[in-house]
Ligand binder design. Sequence first.
Ligand code: PLP
Length: 385
Amino acid sequence: MNFPIANRIADLRPSDIRLMTKECERLGGINLGQGLGDLQTPPLVRDGAINAILEGRNTYTPSEGVTPLRLAIAEKLKRDNGLDVDPEKEIIISSGTTGAFAATLTALLNPGDGVLILEPYYGYHLNTILLQGLEPQFLTLSPPEFTLAEAALNAAVRPNTRAMVLCTPANPSGKMFSDAELAIVERVAEQHNLLVISDEIYEYITYDDRRHVSPASVGRLGERTVSIMGFSKTFSITGWRLGYAVAKASLANAINLVNDLLYVCAPAPLQYGVAAGLQAPPEYFQNLRAEYQRKRDIICEGLNDAGLTPLVPQGAYYVLANISHLGFPDAKTAAISLLEQTGVACVPGGSFYQGGGGENLIRFCFAKDDATLREAVVRLRKFRS
Ligand code: PLP
């Protein structure tokens, strides 16, 4: 029997990230393509979850999450994000940042609405938009600064545009939006009455003493912003699937309704684990930054030596390298050739652009243990010779 598949997924394609991972496995290479992140989970978080299991906290929780975690998040939002939030009504714990993003789109937008995303984009943003029957719309930001200009943003808004997605620090560019750029977002969003969805999963991974600024803390943006945050990267628990949405009560209420239907609740004992993790001293977050900055510097130096010019990231744990001078016909050919020659996998830049962009870029993820990263750098250096 040959059952048809749904129209809504007809245009979805697995990304080249999966292809590169498969190819890397086949060749026994080092995978700097996929952003798995293999740092140790802090004992505070791990033991918090283990104790919760031992204490029998294994049943459904309220769909918005357990109270101790929402209280801990509200405190964190005040301390680190400059956001004053009601933990009862304005925080929804979800199945990862990914779940929070999907629930937000489903709850607040209608099929056919336009959602503006900034290129280079994070593939899940685009595909989740497509999956929801929304219309993705694009504004390309140009390397090396990826500056957001007011005229360009205004021009990218169409009559049916209802929302825009920001990602700061961004995957794949590492871009962190400046105060001036966020003021532009505020003006344009107000002018066109746009919802702003702000993915801040890398908020604690920032470099060179840069301070993360939550868009919702800028001017009046908090009124129209859903902040999407998560624990995958902060506590190295990508497999735990824990994130949350923060929004004004009327929006949060709608998001919670969908969150309940899609996920029922986030994993109960794991919610207690991250609640414990949020009590970590400031040094934990400082060390996290320092550790990733060291890794960033190792990979950027290696890329420079290999003649793969890095666009040094301001945050997150990816680096784009410019390969335009190497003469490859496209980024995929370059990525495959690099893998075959050096045994190091990256992601072709086309994965982060629609319609032919990114062919002069490849992306490396440096969330790897130091030994793996140093071995990758040794291999990459051979690329030049
Ligand atoms: N948002 C961005 C920008 C990401 O890069 C990732 C993971 O790579 C996610 C969200 C996924 O987050 P989570 O594990 O919380 O679903």
